[in-house]
Every structure is written in C-alpha cells, then in structure tokens.
Design a protein around this ligand. Structure first.
Ligand code: NDP
Ligand code: 8X3
Length: 253
C-alpha cells in the first residue's frame, strides 16, 4: 500500500460519522489532516486523538466567502492539500415533493452541491499546479435509485456523481484523481439529522438489519486513495448485504 507520509488531507464534515472515520484512516496512514466542520469542539477532540498532526478548521461549507478565505490561508504545513474528502452533507426530511419544506431543499442543495463545489474549486488549482491530488466525493446510492421522499436529496447526489465525472474529464492527463463513493445505508447521525433530532424514528431506520459502518466507507476511501498514481477509481457503489432494490411501484385501479 502506498503510504501517505508527507501528504496533507482535508476532510469536510470530520466532526462525525463517515468524515470522522475517513480522517482517522488517513491519519493512521500517515497523512497530516485538516478537519473541517461547524462543531469546533468535536474537531478539536478528534485532532487530539489522531496519530499525526491535525488542524481543526471551523467552517460552514455553505459560506462561499468563508470557504475561500479559510482555504486560502491554511497554516504552514497544512496548506498544500493532496487529498480532499468532500464528505459534509445531509438529508433533510422524507416528505413527498408536494409537501416537503423548501427550506430543507435549499439546505441540501447549499450543502451537498454548492458547498462541495466551493471547497473543490478552492483546492483544485493547487493540486493541478503540484500535479498531485485526489478528490473523493461522498455520493450515495440515492443518486441512482429513486425512493419515495428522496426527491431533492437524491438529486443532490446525482449532481455529485455528474460533477465527479466531469471533473475527471477536465483532469485527464494530470495526476489529480477523482472518486465518487456511493454508499447505501451507513449507521451514523444521518437519520437523526434527517428527522431533525427524532432519535426514535432515526434508530428505526437501522432496526433489525446490519448497516454499513463509517469505517467500512473509510476503508474504501483509503483503498481508492492508495492505488498507484496511474489508477483512478471512478465510482464505488456499496450497500449492506441486508439492503437491496425495490420493485417498480405500480398503482392499479
Ligand atoms: P453525519 O450526520 O454523521 O455527519 C455529517 C457531517 O457533515 C458532520 O460532520 C457535519 O458536521 C457535516 N456537515 C453538515 N453540514 C455541514 C456544513 N454546512 N458545513 C460543514 N460541515 C457540515 O452523516 P454521515 O457521516 O452519514 O454523512 C456524511 C456524508 O455521507 C454525507 O454527504 C451523506 O450524504 C453521505 N452519505 C451517508 C449515508 C448514510 O447512510 N449515512 C449513505 C450515503 C451517503 P457539523 O454538523 O459539525 O458541521
Ligand atoms: C443516504 C442513504 O438510502 O438513506 O445517502 O438515501 S439513503
């Protein structure tokens, strides 16, 4: 396995779930870490636990100005980001489109699409200039398979997929790689956030089945990042063994 000694990685949404697991895996592989997210206390606690140097960065990816300002003034030793894990994201609500909250829709678009684009655009020129980099985007099976109530969430992840492929098209010939990881159900705070703090409803999502763990996704991320530089893993779709596909839904009268 390629070591990440001498590499710098930035993980958005490192304060919980998949992002936290990715930060840990990258640090254990030797990388220096920039840990981005809104909850600074969690980022600081994580930084103290990591085996390699880490810089907590309180950042709301929805703020274009803050993203541009903070990513252009990273401290020495953390400024040349080689691996970007665009993980910050959320689903909000599961109502049908005609009843869903427009505020929820906007928050998902602002975070999952616009935030991801702001961070990528800020870090990509440095990667291209140094001819070394890897952008790992957290997509979802929801990008491909529709489900009731997945309306805008799934659409944001379809955006992540197409953006990833188009980034790859622009970067051909460079040593900057792009990977879209598309997980199914992973047990994290995702459902707690989706159901706005309703812990009982959130825990039911994972009841009686074995969901993926954040560490499972971090393993895949690390595998993609540590392939030889000639290898670009475009897409990885992964589901729990206990999750499958629904049939077409036909309304009969
Ligand atoms: P969590 O809710 O556990 O973690 C989400 C992370 O995103 C938190 O660290 C949160 O940090 C951060 N975040 C959210 N909004 C912002 C923001 N505006 N600015 C900066 N950071 C933000 O969920 P997961 O770990 O499950 O989700 C991580 C990613 O994986 C998401 O993109 C999600 O869509 C995707 N995913 C999740 C699946 C699942 O089943 N869990 C399946 C497929 C994809 P903070 O609140 O501190 O800012
Ligand atoms: C989150 C997985 O299946 O809840 O991306 O949409 S799912």
């Amino acid at each position: 396995m390629q070591t990440l000694q001498g590499w710098t990685a930035l993980v958005t949404g490192a304060s919980a779930g998949i992002g936290e697991a990715c930060a840990l895996a990258l640090s254990q592989a030797g990388a220096r870490l920039v840990l981005a997210g809104r909850r600074g206390d969690r980022l600081e606690a994580l930084a103290a636990r990591l085996p390699n140097p880490a810089h907590p960065l309180v950042l709301d990816v929805r703020s274009r100005g803050d993203v541009e300002a903070s990513l252009s003034s990273l401290p020495a030793g953390f400024a040349d980001v080689d691996v970007l894990v665009n993980n910050a994201g959320l689903g909000l609500g599961l109502e049908p489109a005609h009843e869903a909250s427009l505020d929820d829709w906007e928050a998902m678009i602002d975070t999952n699409c616009k935030g991801l684009v702001y961070v990528t655009r800020a870090l990509l020129p440095g990667m291209v200039k140094r001819n070394r980099g890897h952008v790992v985007n957290l997509g979802s099976v929801a990008a491909t398979y529709p489900y009731p109530g997945g309306n805008v969430y799934g659409a944001t992840k379809a955006f992540v997929h197409q953006f990833s492929e188009n980034l790859k098209a622009d970067l051909v010939g460079t040593r900057v790689r792009v990977t879209d990881i598309q997980p199914g159900m992973v047990e994290t705070d995702f459902s707690l956030v989706r159901f706005k703090g309703d812990a009982q409803r959130a825990s039911k999502v994972y009841e009686g089945m074995e969901a993926l763990t954040p560490g499972d996704i971090a393993d895949i991320m690390l595998w993609a990042v540590t392939r030889p530089a000639r290898v670009n893993i475009n897409v990885v779709e992964v589901m729990p063994a206990d999750q499958g596909f629904g049939p077409f839904n036909v309304k009969r009268r």
